[in-house]
Design a protein around this ligand. Structure first.
Ligand SMILES: [Zn+2]
Length: 335
């Protein structure tokens, strides 16, 4: 047998194995997605997990997530994936087309319709796949690269508007020619960005001044309360057989103080201390979460279980890990 044929047979067998493994990987991603187990490992999303843990490119991670979700909805396509009749790129595009169609029409597409649409993609190349999906789902807009890096540290951005929206934008640009003389969309965007930045700064300064005033009046109130407390103690000492009654009101007040919401100043301090990043560390892997979005304050010991608003009981968590810990707390309290 010639060397070319031997190589071909080896390669054929390896590609078959690769396809079977691809299918198995999709099933595992699917389970990870359903159970959200990536959160316990220190990742805030399935996408973050696939990119950071396995080094998949953003596109490759997205393709696998879309394909795994579609495979869950239409499990009958498993043999086509294993045999290489449907590839990841086709599945990801089909999932995008289905999502776009459902979003636009606000109607769920039936499993039968999805199955039919996928069956018509078998053996098709990229161009034919797009064509078929456009025919099956009239609202499908095939993805295009929107941001392309160009020379001299510049980027090229592709924007797409409905014709009616574009007419509105042009009319807006002509009305603001005194602010944006060249009437270009990019100049207008930069102008609005600087205006928003100015407003944000002004609000921040206003808020800081307000916080300082609140803090000053809070200190004054604290002084008055301390003075009252001292007077109460004095009266309590002098009055026999009424100790319990006199001690209980300050205790009730303390409980109220514990439950009051955390001030925005403390919130900002905690965020700054956490470097505006989720502080969850997986007990299983020791990995710290990388999320910088949807951050909120979490009570390490919940208020309901006697926790306080003291700084040592507070930490910053992203939404995913807030939910995970709340779920774990709920489970442990039910058993
Ligand atoms: Zn997190």
């Amino acid at each position: 047998m010639s060397q070319a044929l031997i190589l071909d047979q080896k390669l054929y067998s390896q590609v078959q194995t690769e396809r079977k493994i691809t299918h198995e990987i999709l099933l595992m991603i699917q389970t990870m997605d359903i159970l959200q187990s990536y959160r316990k490992l220190g990742y805030y999303s399935l996408f973050d997990y696939l990119v950071r843990r396995f080094g998949y490119s953003e596109g490759a991670a997205n393709r696998r997530i879309s394909a795994a979700r579609l495979l869950r909805q239409v499990p009958e396509i498993a043999p086509q994936i294993q045999e290489g009749k449907l590839n990841l790129s086709q599945l990801a595009q089909a999932q995008t087309a289905i999502n776009q169609q459902e979003k636009k029409t606000r109607k769920k597409i039936s499993r039968e319709k999805k199955k039919e649409a996928l069956a018509s993609l078998i053996g098709k190349n990229s161009f034919e796949t797009k064509k078929s999906l456009i025919q099956d789902f009239e609202n499908f807009i095939p993805p295009k690269p929107r941001v392309i890096p160009t020379k001299n540290k510049k980027v090229q951005v592709h924007l797409e508007f409905d014709e009616s929206d574009w007419t509105k934008i042009q009319s807006l640009l002509s009305h603001m020619s005194h602010k944006v003389p060249d009437k270009k969309v990019e100049s207008a965007l930069l102008y609005w960005a600087s205006e928003i930045e100015k407003k944000k700064l002004a609000t921040q300064v206003k808020q800081e001044t307000r916080l300082e005033k609140i803090e000053a009046s809070r200190c004054q109130m604290q002084d008055i309360q301390d003075k009252n407390k001292a007077e109460n103690k004095l009266i309590a000492k002098e009055t026999v057989n009424s100790n319990e009654q006199r001690i209980s009101p300050p205790l009730r007040r303390q409980s109220k103080t514990t439950r009051k919401s955390i001030s925005s100043k403390v919130r900002h301090l905690l965020l700054r201390k956490a470097n505006f990043q989720c502080q969850y560390i997986s007990p299983m892997t020791g990995k710290k979460c990388d999320s910088h979005s949807f951050l909120d304050i979490d009570h390490i010991t919940p208020l309901a279980l006697g926790g306080t608003n003291e700084e040592k009981n507070l930490r910053i968590l992203c939404r995913a890990h807030n939910h995970l810990l709340a779920k774990q707390m709920h489970l442990s309290s039910t058993f």
